[in-house]
Design a protein around this ligand. Structure first.
Ligand SMILES: NC(=O)c1ccc[n+]([C@@H]2O[C@H](COP(=O)([O-])OP(=O)(O)OC[C@H]3O[C@@H](n4cnc5c(N)ncnc54)[C@H](OP(=O)(O)O)[C@@H]3O)[C@@H](O)[C@H]2O)c1
Length: 313
C-alpha cells in the first residue's frame, strides 16, 4: 500500500509517499481502509525528531494519527466492530496517512455517525479529545470566564465551542481575519495576538482577570506570563508544560498526554453530525499532495484542521 513515510528523523521536505506492507489487525484492533486523515503538531515533531527523547518512533515511520475510514478486518477480541463499519480514530503510534491503518478498540475509536463525512470526522479525534480533556482537567464551570490562547487552531476551535456550550464566557485569541468566525462559534470577545499583548488586552476586557486561562501556544516561563491574565486564585491549563508554581495563587494544570473517557469521541462525533459542533477544515489535500499538506501545516496559518483525502470513494 502507499503511505506517507519518514525514513529517519529528517526535515519535513524529505518525507515521501512510498510503498509499505499493508498492516494487519492484531488483538483488540481493527484494520481501517482510510478515507481521510488529519494532521497535528505532534506529527511534525515525530518526523523531525523534535520529541525523540520522550516520543521515539521506529523507522520507516508512517505519518499521521487522526483517521476516518471503513473497517475491513476485525482482530481477535475486538468486540463491537464489524467489517463495513464507518469509524474515526486516534492512532497514537502513527500510520494514518496511508491506504490502510490499524486502530485499537477503546475510547480512541468510535463509529462515524451519518451526517458526518469522513474528512470532517478525521479532523476530530486528537484535537477534539484534547479539548475535552483540558476543560475537564481544569473543571471549567458554567459561570466562569475562560481565555483561550491559540483559539484558531485545531484544539482551540473545539475548546471555544465546548466551553461556550457549557455556559462559560469565552475570550479567544484571533487575528482580524478570524475574529468574526471565532465570535460566530460563541466567543463573547476576541483579542488580537498579532496586534498587541494578549494579557493586557484581556485585562482591559476583564479587569480582575479571567477565572481560567487555556494556553495552547506557550510553554515554560511563557505560561507564567500568560497566567497574569487569570484572576488571583484562578487556574491555568495547558497541554504544554510550565512552572509548577505560578504567582498570585494561580493553579497550573498541565496535561502531558490526553486521556479520553469512554464515550468522549462518540459524543464529539454526534455533536458534529447534528450541528452542535462546527468542524473547520482550513485546507484539504488529495493523497498525492500529502507532502505539501505537511509543509503547509508547518509553514502557513490555517484556521482549524488540515485534512488529506486518501480515498474519496
Ligand atoms: N499534551 C497533549 O496531549 C497534546 C495533545 C494535542 C496537542 N498538544 C499540543 O498543543 C499545542 C496546540 O495544538 P493544536 O493542534 O491546537 O495546534 P495548531 O492547530 O497548530 O494551532 C495552534 C494555533 O495557535 C495559534 N497561535 C500561534 N501563535 C500564537 C500566539 N502567540 N497567540 C495566539 N495564538 C497563536 C496558531 O495561529 P497561526 O496559524 O496564526 O500561527 C494556531 O491557530 C501544540 O503544541 C501541540 O503539540 C498537546
Amino acid at each position: 500500500m502507499k503511505a506517507l513515510v519518514s525514513t529517519e528523523y529528517q526535515p519535513l521536505d524529505r518525507i515521501s509517499l512510498a510503498d509499505r506492507p499493508k498492516p494487519a489487525a492484531g488483538p483488540g484492533q481493527v484494520l481501517v481502509k482510510v478515507s481521510a486523515a488529519a494532521l497535528n503538531p505532534l506529527d511534525l515533531a515525530l518526523i523531525t525528531g523534535a520529541m525523540k527523547d520522550f516520543y521515539p518512533v521506529d523507522h520507516p515511520h508512517v505519518v499521521g494519527m487522526d483517521v476516518a475510514g471503513t473497517v475491513t478486518e476485525v482482530g481477535p477480541d475486538a468486540a463491537g466492530y464489524a467489517p463495513g463499519d464507518q469509524v474515526l480514530a486516534f492512532v497514537p503510534s502513527g500510520g494514518t496517512v496511508a491506504e490502510y491503518t490499524v486502530a485499537t478498540v477503546g475510547p480512541r475509536l468510535a463509529r462515524r455517525p451519518a451526517g458526518l463525512d469522513a474528512e470532517h470526522g478525521a479532523a476530530i479525534p486528537e484535537s477534539g479529545m484534547t479539548a475535552v480533556c483540558l476543560l475537564r482537567a481544569v473543571g471549567l464551570g458554567a459561570d466562569e470566564s475562560l481565555l483561550v490562547i491559540g483559539a484558531t487552531g485545531g484544539i482551540g476551535l473545539y475548546a471555544v465551542q465546548l466551553a461556550t456550550a457549557l455556559g462559560a464566557r469565552v475570550i479567544a485569541t484571533a487575528s482580524a481575519d478570524d475574529a468574526g468566525y471565532v465570535r460566530g462559534l460563541g466567543a463573547a470577545d476576541t483579542v488580537d495576538h498579532r496586534a498587541g499583548d494578549v494579557v493586557e488586552q484581556t485585562l482591559r476586557l476583564v479587569p480582575g482577570g479571567v477565572d481560567v486561562v487555556l494556553d495552547l501556544v506557550n510553554r515554560g516561563e511563557g505560561l507564567a506570563a500568560t497566567a497574569q491574565a487569570a484572576r488571583p486564585g484562578g487556574r491555568l491549563v495547558s497541554p504544554l508544560f510550565g512552572p509548577a508554581e505560578l504567582e498570585r495563587e494561580v493553579t497550573p494544570v498541565y496535561i502531558g498526554s490526553f486521556d479520553p473517557a469512554p464515550g468522549d469521541l462518540e459524543d464529539l462525533a454526534h455533536r458534529a453530525a447534528d450541528g452542535r459542533l462546527r468542524v473547520e477544515l482550513g485546507a484539504r489535500y488529495p493523497f498525492d499532495r500529502a507532502v505539501d499538506a505537511v509543509a503547509d501545516f508547518a509553514g502557513k496559518h490555517t484556521r482549524g484542521k488540515i485534512v488529506i483525502t486518501v480515498d474519496a470513494s
